[in-house]
Design a protein around this ligand. Structure first.
Ligand SMILES: Nc1ncnc2c1ncn2[C@@H]1O[C@H](COP(=O)(O)OP(=O)(O)OP(=O)(O)O)[C@@H](O)[C@H]1O
Ligand SMILES: [Mg+2]
Length: 303
């Protein structure tokens, strides 16, 4: 099967006046049609940078990017944007990602317009259908973002993301700002919409429990590298990388601390570019430290 999204050896270096940040140091992922890949890792590990590059909001320093088997790195920015219309994004905070001055209907409608629909009467009907589909009232199209709750706004953001009929949706911490009870509803809605539209999701989160609920596969990021990836069950049941174990231990239902033992200090390898992945199970790979130096992390340094 041709992956809907394939990213190879992606690197991103941010150079600011005060420092140079290697946000991504050779990240490769692939996403099959209809699949949800969870990207998990602590703050600063490069998750959002990866997501933003995948939808064309940011430029990689180097690396290859293919959508539907077609290379899009190297295309002109205009052509790339056109191709990347197949990739849409949902952000953590829908309040800042929605325009406060435009009605909800207008914002959802713009995506339809951009994807080629030009009859505003038809667009209005589709917008109302979409609002209904995400569990809101059809006439909410006339309202402004501030008139809604956080959960409702995230529903609007989902409607807006799927309006241009994308194949890939990158969701960057879409439920982190919501109450736990609302989180479950939004995750269920995202799962239903994925099935109906045969969407693929790149689902970014720092929360292992949330990722386990929605995703088929998980890629664990640490300091700009994917240190382990594989099917959700395999990662949860047989985590190999010390960093993955560390993440799982933070979730009582997955961790080895269920029995209440004292957490051990965590030692993590500091990976280098020449470290290689080894296969440890069906589709399950882990980055092996070569002659890596070990980083000592203080106990309790969990995301
Ligand atoms: N525009 C930028 N300019 C300079 N540095 C940046 C920029 N964007 C990100 N970075 C740096 O790149 C690294 C990765 O950032 P990124 O936002 O991708 O992490 P993240 O995994 O999404 O973290 P979080 O969980 O906090 O959202 C961080 O060190 C960050 O400070
Ligand atoms: Mg982020």
């Amino acid at each position: 099967m041709t992956p809907i999204l394939a990213i190879e050896d992606l690197r991103k270096v941010f150079i600011t006046r005060s420092r140079t940040v290697h946000a991504l140091s050779g990240v490769s992922i692939s996403l099959d049609p209809g699949e949800t890949l969870g990207i998990i890792g602590e703050s600063g590990s490069g998750k959002s940078t990866l997501g933003r590059i995948a939808v064309g909001l940011d430029e990689p320093t180097s690396g290859q990017l293919s959508v539907g088997g077609e290379r899009i790195d190297g295309l002109s920015p205009q052509l790339r944007r056109q191709k990347l219309r197949r990739c849409q994004m949902i952000f953590q905070d829908p309040y800042s990602s929605l325009n406060p001055r435009l009605t909800v209907g207008r914002q959802i409608g713009e995506g339809l317009y951009a994807s080629g629909q030009s009859d505003w009467r038809e667009i209005r009907t589709t917008v109302a259908d979409l609002l209904e589909r995400v569990g809101l009232k059809r006439d909410f199209a006339e309202r402004y973002p501030h008139e809604f709750s956080g959960g409702q706004r995230q529903r609007i953001a989902i409607a807006r993301a799927v309006a241009p009929d994308p194949q890939i949706v990158v969701a960057d911490e879409p439920v982190s700002a919501l109450d736990v009870s609302i989180q479950a509803q939004i995750l269920d809605l995202m799962a239903e919409i994925r099935r109906e539209r045969r969407l693929s999701y790149l689902f970014i989160s720092h929360d292992m429990a949330v990722v386990a609920r929605l995703c088929d596969r998980i890629a664990v990021m640490h300091r700009g590298r994917i240190v382990e990836s594989g099917p959700v069950r395999s990662i949860i049941d047989t985590p190999q990388h010390p960093y993955t174990r560390n993440l799982l231990d933070a979730v009582p239902r997955f961790g080895r601390r269920r029995t209440g033992g004292k957490p051990a200090p965590v030692r993590l390898p500091e990976h280098r570019d020449d470290d290689v992945y080894v296969t440890v199970g069906d589709g399950h790979i882990v980055l092996e430290p070569g002659s890596a130096a070990m980083l000592d992390l203080p106990v309790g340094n969990l995301p």
